[in-house]
Design a protein around this ligand. Sequence first.
Ligand SMILES: CC(C)(COP(=O)(O)OP(=O)(O)OC[C@H]1O[C@@H](n2cnc3c(N)ncnc32)[C@H](O[C@H]2O[C@H](COP(=O)(O)OP(=O)(O)OP(=O)(O)O)[C@@H](O)[C@H]2O)[C@@H]1O)[C@@H](O)C(=O)NCCC(=O)NCCS
Ligand code: ADE
Length: 277
Amino acid sequence: MRALKLHELSLADRLADLAVDALIDEADLSPKPALVDRRGNGAHSDLHLGLMHASALSLWPMFKAMAEAAIEFDEIGLPLREALGQIGREGEQAMLITTQGVNTHRGAIWALGLLTAAAALQPRAVTLTAARLALLNDRYAPQPLSHGVQVAQRYGARGAREEAQLGFPSVMQRGLPQLRTSRLQNVGEQNARLDALLAIMTELADTCVLYRAGPEGISAMQQGAQAVLEAGGSATLAGRRRLHELDLQLLALNASPGGAADLLAACLFIDRLDGAL
Ligand SMILES: CC(C)(COP(=O)(O)OP(=O)(O)OC[C@H]1O[C@@H](n2cnc3c(N)ncnc32)[C@H](O[C@H]2O[C@H](COP(=O)(O)OP(=O)(O)OP(=O)(O)O)[C@@H](O)[C@H]2O)[C@@H]1O)[C@@H](O)C(=O)NCCC(=O)NCCS
Ligand SMILES: Nc1ncnc2[nH]cnc12
């Protein structure tokens, strides 16, 4: 039988591949502070690396369907936004069936879902297009008292919704420039990705951290990440020591930066779009 060549895959297939690859690469990256990685479960009792992989793979049909919806509707508007919401909710159900009820990738469904659709629609203006989609109000979205909503009420924090509506500033202004700067310094790809994650953590109001550890957790995350970068980044001995300290500090606070992890996956996805389409 003739082997299928990569360029014979449809655009939607390739975007879904890129999104799942980004999620798996994020999960595998180690050592991430207090997050699930190759070393262990971080600050999570119900997550492990195999579950993160299975969850990422379960989302492939959802990402493909989001890209196909964007191609079919072919314009930014409420019909596409509401179709994406419906596909996202179904994807969330598929994830929960795979993980037996554990929330592995809720934030990633939101961020990477919007970016996948945006890449299918406007490959030259992906984050702007994703932001315009995120600004549209899906009339069928449920309004649960999520952790994000609870910490928004308590601390006025801006969460996943606003990050997308603003065009992913944590990725575009922090993560992606750091990823590329670290690569230019020849620190190795894994260290460049760790540095990108740390750069995202320096300013993010991660609602997972806020919910679990309040403003103290956010300060520990932001200042600790900054300290690693100022010490020379994760490829240096001084930076590694700071990274280890940050890991211990976040574990002691039970503070898991799950939102930052999702945004690292978004960063890897956007990085790879160049040249892949
Ligand atoms: C619009 C939504 C994003 C909902 O937003 P909201 O803030 O109301 O909802 P949350 O349920 O709190 O989820 C947001 C998830 O986004 C990630 N995140 C956190 N902070 C940020 C940030 N500043 N910027 C970007 N992304 C951020 C984070 O996801 C990761 O953490 C998950 C674990 O979270 P947590 O809830 O704390 O943990 P649990 O296991 O549930 O509890 P404990 O362990 O603490 O006991 C993990 O999954 C990561 O992915 C936030 O969780 C959008 O999601 C939405 O509308 N959803 C409804 C369904 C839908 O329509 N979907 C389709 C949309 S196209
Ligand atoms: N590696 C990870 N660990 C814990 N929560 C996450 N959410 C997304 N990626 C994660």
